[in-house]
Design a protein around this ligand. Structure first.
Ligand SMILES: *Cc1c(COP(=O)(O)O)cnc(C)c1O
Length: 373
């Protein structure tokens, strides 16, 4: 197996992958309607349940071809019953994306907006639920990837259940990295994409959720043809296949990535990502760069760094300098503050981060950018 040039991706996904995952895509051509391929997807679906400790008899994993946003679209358009509302607990760009999906489908919703620099306030969530008995679905992103804020989903899920609603969490940027137990964490539906925490390729997304609710959603308003949760679930149950063409090669890569996930182990992988995060925090502090989120509420997967105040600062130039040397940095997603992000996803180690900071320091020197200490 020839080594493939390794890039250290510090963007929030797609993540750096292993060569074994890359090569897993090189397989004989196969029609995905073959029994052999359906068998692969069956194993994949049950492994995905294991990643989030979902009991097989209560939860199902439904696969879709698309990037992670397809899951947000599908969950929202498929799981709000007639005459009911969805409450979006919104403290950032990814929760705002969910609000936009509600708007596009004209789904009655409450946008409970709060500061992007803080976790949502549980008292406000509870008050909103008390005042709106027609809320059937509560939605909150686990980790606002745009800032790095980790949200208290277990508590939000408990409130949802206390008021008779189901709880959907966008776990795209935590699943496979921060241990998640859907039952203990009060999550009825979660979601992710193969290219993030699982360190596979883009093109495959999946929703893990309670079978009984998916089955009940058969009678909910249908708002999309291609993106309907029940239709895809039913097709899988009947045939073992995806309704339409699956991302064949990405599925092979994801199966290999899951093997590597289980062999690294949930806790060890979590510890590795955390060590990478610590190395990022150390590198940022050593250079004197400022960050915007209190580490106490950070996921430990994304660090939002303020642009240095020096007029010589030019994100593009610094990005290009690092990129040419195998390191990718990424712009921030906070509309009011100029930030860039350094992320701890992927098959990378603290050593990669040390190497990155050597390069970043050289870039700052080359362009005469001073960072105030
Ligand atoms: C990456 C991400 C998504 C999906 O984004 P795509 O560009 O569609 O893959 C959704 N939610 C969160 C929290 C994410 O980090």
């Amino acid at each position: 197996m020839e080594k493939i040039k390794r890039n250290v991706l510090l963007n929030p996904g797609p993540a750096t992958t292993t060569d074994t995952v890359k090569y897993a895509q090189v397989v004989p051509d196969i029609c995905p309607r073959e029994k052999e391929f359906a068998g692969l997807m069956k194993g994949l679906r049950s492994d995905l349940l294991k990643v989030v400790h979902a009991p097989e008899d209560e939860y199902t994993a439904v696969l879709f071809c698309g990037s992670g946003t397809i899951n947000i679209d599908i969950c929202i358009n498929s799981l709000v019953p007639e005459g009911k509302k969805i409450l979006v607990v919104n403290n950032g760009a990814y929760n705002s994306r969910a609000v936009e999906v509600c708007q596009m489908y004209h789904i009655p919703h409450i946008d409970l907006k709060s500061s992007v620099f803080e976790q949502p306030n549980l008292v406000d969530v509870e008050r909103t639920l008390q005042e709106n008995p027609d809320v059937a679905v509560v939605y909150c992103c686990h980790h606002e990837t745009g800032t790095g804020v980790l949200n208290p989903i277990r508590e939000i899920g408990a409130l949802a259940h206390q008021y008779g609603a189901i709880f959907i969490s966008d776990t795209t940027s935590t699943l496979g990295m921060i241990p998640l137990d859907v039952v203990k964490d009060n999550v009825d539906f979660c979601m992710a994409s193969a290219q993030k925490g699982l360190m596979a390729m883009s093109g495959l997304s999946f929703i893990i959720g309670r079978k009984s609710i998916v089955e009940a959603s058969k009678n909910y308003p249908t708002r999309s043809y291609y993106c309907n949760l029940y239709l895809q679930y039913e097709y899988f149950e009947k045939t073992g296949e995806m309704h339409f063409t699956p991302p064949v090669q990405t599925i092979y890569a994801t199966i290999q990535a899951l093997k590597e996930y289980f062999s690294e182990g949930e806790e060890a992988k979590f510890a590795r990502h955390h060590a990478v995060y610590k190395a990022i925090r150390k590198g940022v502090a050593d250079l004197g760069l400022q960050t915007v989120i209190d580490p106490k509420i950070e996921s430990g997967l994304v660090v939002s760094v303020l642009y240095p105040e020096d007029p010589n600062w030019d994100f593009e130039k610094v990005h290009d300098y690092c990129y040419e040397r195998g390191f990718t940095i990424y712009p921030g997603k906070i509309s009011t503050t100029n930030t860039f992000r350094l992320c701890a996803l992927g098959a990378i180690t603290p050593k990669d981060i040390e190497d990155f900071f050597v390069v970043l320091k050289k870039a700052l020197e080359k362009y005469g950018i001073k960072v105030k200490k």
